[in-house]
Structures are given as structure tokens and as C-alpha cells.
Design a protein around this ligand. Sequence first.
Ligand SMILES: [Zn+2]
Length: 219
Amino acid sequence: MNAYLLKRLVLDIVYPNRCPFCDSYISFDEYFCSACRDKLSAPPEQEDIQNVDFFTAVTTYDDYSIPFIYKMKNESSGYALSAAAFMIFQSLLSSGSLSNIDFITYIPMRRKDINRRGYNQTKLIAKELAKLSGKPCKAFLRKTRDAKEQKTLSAKERRENMKDIFAACNIKNLYGRSVLIIDDVCTTGSTVSEAAKVLKGSGAVFVAASVFAKTAMLT
Ligand SMILES: [Zn+2]
């Protein structure tokens, strides 16, 4: 048994593993019941996202995935975060794109937002994905200012809202490398597009993005 599974086994003794969809007890090495996983809808058809060379989503942002996403953002137990990482890992494996990736990174949050929530969920997903995939996770982005809540904005306003919101860090590791950005939910793609632009501007040659849920295109 590897160190990662051993950790899950030990954790299971203290906090018995539960399915993040239905809360029933599951084995320490499972992430969800297969029946619950099967209820997730396929992701919507994806249009190209500027600056992003490759994109995967696990599911559609809909009535079934929304309560799970809420858990990901608000429950410190971590079952939903681990399950999201595992499902993103599966989507990358089936796309065959994982072998091209040098580093995993994530959409950053501002310190005050992390303090309010207690954690940055995309960072935790990226770290778990790093353990599953054996690819290193590294912070390459920082947020330069606050953004307005994207929910009420049009696609054009979202792009404006995200413009120049990220700056690159740890640049010496980026040059000539392929990077995978992790985010939880993708709506118009303006966040991952802006993040990819910054990574490429600092020398990354290939930028992929994987998210848990993608909304169907805005009407
Ligand atoms: Zn279940």
C-alpha cells in the first residue's frame, strides 16, 4: 500500500469515509458510491477558451452537482474535495492528456478570502490531484486585486472583471513547461483564460485547464 492510501486508511479510523453525495459510509479507498457518481450528467459541449490549449470538465453545473459543489466550498471534512480531485483525475486519464503535463497549479484566492472560508478549495483539489497523478503541484498565480462576484455579470462584463487580475509567481519554473490549471467551476471560461494568458506570458508553452463543473453556455 502506498503512502497516499495508507493516509486514507488511517483517516478512515478517525473519520469513517463517506460518500459526498449521499453521506453513506464507504470503504477507505473509495471516493463515492458508483450509483451516486453515475447520476452526474456529462459536461456540456465545450467551445474553445482563449489561451487554453486543452480543457476537461467532469460534469455540468446543474441541480445534481450544485449541492456537491456547495460541500466542496463549505465543508472542511474534505470528502467532496477528494472526490472532485479523483473525478478530475479520471477525466484527465480518459482524455490521455496527463502525460504532457509538467506541473499542476490552481486558481488563487486572496488571503482575506482564504481566512474567511478557511481554505482555498481549488488548491486542495490540485494538491490531491498531485498525489493521485504523481505530478508536482506548484503555485504559479497570485491574485492582484478583488473581483466582483461573477454570478450577475454578462460574458463581456466577466472578461472585464477578470482582466489583469492574476500575476505570475515562481516564474523560473515556468519557462518551456506545460501547466494544468485547476478550478472548481467554469462558466464563460474568463477566469481560466486570464490565468492561462499570464502563464503563457511567463514562458509556459502549453496550458490545460480542468474543472469539476462547467455551466452550459450563458443565454
Ligand atoms: Zn453515495
